[in-house]
Each structure stands twice: as C-alpha cells, then as structure tokens.
Design a protein around this ligand. Sequence first.
Ligand SMILES: Cc1cc2nc3c(=O)[nH]c(=O)nc-3n(C[C@H](O)[C@H](O)[C@H](O)COP(=O)(O)OP(=O)(O)OC[C@H]3O[C@@H](n4cnc5c(N)ncnc54)[C@H](O)[C@@H]3O)c2cc1C
Length: 440
Amino acid sequence: MEERFDCIIVGGGIAGLSAAMLLARAGKRFLLIERGEFCGSKNVSGGVLWGTDLERLVPGYWEMEGGFDRFVNHRRLSFMDPGSCFSVDFKSDHFDQPPYQGVTVLRARFDQWLAEQVEAVIEAGPMAEESFLATNVLVEELLQEDGRVVGIRAGEEEFYANTVILAEGVNNLLTRQIGLEAEYVPADHVAVGVKEVISFDRKVLEDRFQLRGRSGLTNEFVGACSEGVDGGGFLYTNESSVSIGLVLGMADLRDKGLAPYDVLNTFKAHPAVADMLQGGEVVEYSAHVVSTGDIRGMPSEIYADGVMVAGEAAHLLLNAGKAIQGMDFAMRSGMLAAETAIAANDAGDFSAARLKDYRTALDASYVMQDMRSFQDAVHLLHSPAMHEKVPNVICDFGRQFFTVRNEPTPKAAKMMRTAIKRHASYWELVKLGAKAARAL
Ligand SMILES: Cc1cc2nc3c(=O)[nH]c(=O)nc-3n(C[C@H](O)[C@H](O)[C@H](O)COP(=O)(O)OP(=O)(O)OC[C@H]3O[C@@H](n4cnc5c(N)ncnc54)[C@H](O)[C@@H]3O)c2cc1C
C-alpha cells in the first residue's frame, strides 16, 4: 500500500527533530526516520547548544528534568604553548537568567529527550495515529518521479510524501545522491572531531570548576592543544562529567601523519588540562566528521523539487573561534524547512519554485548572515599563525608578565616586543591583528 505523508524527515538529530516539532504542532501527517537505535545514539557533539531557539521548541525547558546538562554562565578562551596556558575568562550573572544563552548537552540524552517532547505533541494532536518517529531504519534511497523527489526507500519499504526534509547530518549521502552536492568532498572542507566524556563525582566537579546549581563552564583552546595541527580544543562541564575534545583539520592531519586520538592524549597531558581532569574516569570515547564552516563546502543548492536539506547535511556550521555553532544552526534550519513544508502543503505546491522560500528564509536568518559575515574569521582561524605563532607569543608574554623577580622589571610593551621577536615577525602580527579586527 502506498503511504503518503505530508512530509518525511530523514534523520532524527537536532535538525530533524526540530522540523518534526513544528510539523507536529501544525497537525501535519509526517514520518521521521532515524537509522540509530534511538534518536541521539549515532550523534557526537561537544557540545553546547547556543542561543535561545530551544525555548521556542520546548517553552520553559529549563524547568524540566532530563535533556540538557548545565547552562553556560562562565566562558574561557585559552591560548597554549607546550608548558603554559594564557586564558581570557568571562563570567557573568547576565547569563544566569532564562532563557539561557547556551546549554551543555550530551547528545544521546538530549536527542532522546527532544524526541520524547515531539512524541508528546504528536499524541496530543490530530495525527496521533498517523505521524511517527521510526528508529533503527536506514533510508537507502530517495524516490524520484520526473526529477522530483516523491519519497524514500528503506530496505523493501517505500514511503511517499509531498516533501522530504534531508536532515541526515554531515555524511550527506542522500543529498549527494540527488546531485545537490558532489560525490567527492575536499578534505579541507571537513574536520574530524574527537571527544571523551570524563566522569567525576558531582561535588568534586562543582568545586573544581566553581559551578553553582546548574551553572556551567565552557573552555575553548588554541595552540599546543592540537600539536600544530589546524584546529582547536574544547572542555565543557556537564552535570557530573566533562566533555573534552578536539576538532582537527582532516587535510592537515593527513599531511602531518598524526592520529586524532594521539593528539587528544597530548592535549589531555598538558599541565593546565591534566590538572582539570585529575581523578576523572573516561566513560565514553567518540569521533565524528564535522564541517569546518567554510561556506564553499555547502551543497550547490539546499532545495529542489520536493526536497529540502537542513542542518549539517547542508554544512551549516560556524566556528569562528568563539564557539562551535552547528546544533543551533541545525535547529533553526530544521524549523525553517518545516515552516516551508507546512506552507507548501497548505498551498498544494511542492515545486522547487515554492521550496525556494526555505532558502530565502535561511538567507534572511542569522544562520546565513553569520556564516557570510564571519567567513574571514573562519579562514583566519585555520591559518597556521593562529595555532602556532599567536599562542606562542601570548604565552611567552604571559610568562614574562607574571614573573616577579628581585630585579628591575621591563614595561609590558617591551615584554610584548620581546615575545613577538622570539616567535614571529612584528609586521606579520600587525597584519594578523588588523585582519582579526576586521574579521571578528
Ligand atoms: C566533536 C564535535 C564537537 C561538536 N561540538 C559542538 C558544539 O559544542 N556546539 C554545536 O552547536 N555543535 C557542535 N558540533 C557540531 C554538531 O554536532 C552538528 O553540527 C550537529 O549535530 C548537526 O545536527 P544535524 O541534526 O544536522 O545532524 P546530526 O546531529 O548528525 O543528525 C543526523 C541524524 O541523521 C541520521 N541519519 C543519517 N543518515 C540517515 C539515513 N540514511 N537514514 C536514517 N537516518 C539517517 C543520523 O543517524 C543522525 O541521527 C560538534 C561536532 C563534533 C563532531
């Protein structure tokens, strides 16, 4: 029997579940298919969900149990050389109010919780018996008629829909299958993320990182954390664990012949990091491909007849040094794709000309605006000077500045000149500083 849904969503990650929530609220008949045993079982993320869109999906979520781990009120950016760590540290009670501007999440738990919220809305609505979240099912093919996407095939089963939202994540095989992205993805448009979850006694964690109630810390790292490989590190506090990891440029890893887990071990052994991790127990290790945020990595288009591409399947991600924004981009794009699917359904028009509204809405949203305005910062972050010379200069300066000897002390400007002379050229850093001022 031919099953026809208003919409089929491929992928039960953040983009897919966000789209599903809006379709459920609109009382549409939809099917979400996730290949993992449960939503979140295949997902890896550091991870901080930035911004306030979660409140739009699940109003008052911070009063609920499950889901998120901690809200972020303390941020730190650290520059490392092999023996030192110089940090810019910012903590503010402005961040302590709902709706919080960032929450730490463990994806296996968070995605499952979000799926439960979607199911609750389905059950309370008119499509309780006709909309489904199906897990443990792999979508193998998109079905097309006259060049238009009309459904999906999973094993022997075929399901039809007015529109399909591809929310399949960075390994976007179906997006490639319909020619929206080339089969071959250049290595410099993707990175590899490696992460460990390290468990602590909750009280030890809260004392060590000065956490109060559900408040949390995020720490990004640049420099020796990546052993000279293009990339950076992160440490985020969860309820009673930390997520620690690296995002490393695939091309640079290959060229330097290094393995990501070796680089992660070196990062963990750095004195500043080892002190934070002391006494913790590794309870999870994971690795995943992740987009670099280079806009040139995006598919040639993110809609076609009967289909839209959301989240990291469309390489929507920004890492301009302040934060990795992949989950919030996935959430907003999933919501915009669902809104377009709902409007297309009401109009009975599923053509590319109609679904272009998704592209227009995404272009007008902060997602594409930020991806466009921070491209220079993305490229700057990936320049060799940013993960070698700059952290070395900053740490050298820090060592001089914080040293107290019983002898005359040079002024800070002289210390900075000395540090620059030892690790870089003055003009190189002036040019870099000017670029950074424009890019950020
Ligand atoms: C180490 C690391 C750290 C990160 N840290 C952060 C962070 O701190 N903050 C942040 O915002 N982002 C972070 N990111 C990026 C973020 O995880 C992604 O951008 C985000 O998960 C993208 O969401 P998505 O829904 O588009 O895709 P995904 O979360 O990848 O979900 C895609 C889903 O589709 C399913 N799927 C795929 N193909 C099929 C198929 N054919 N059939 C059925 N199901 C399918 C998958 O199983 C998966 O569940 C990090 C990534 C990594 C790797």
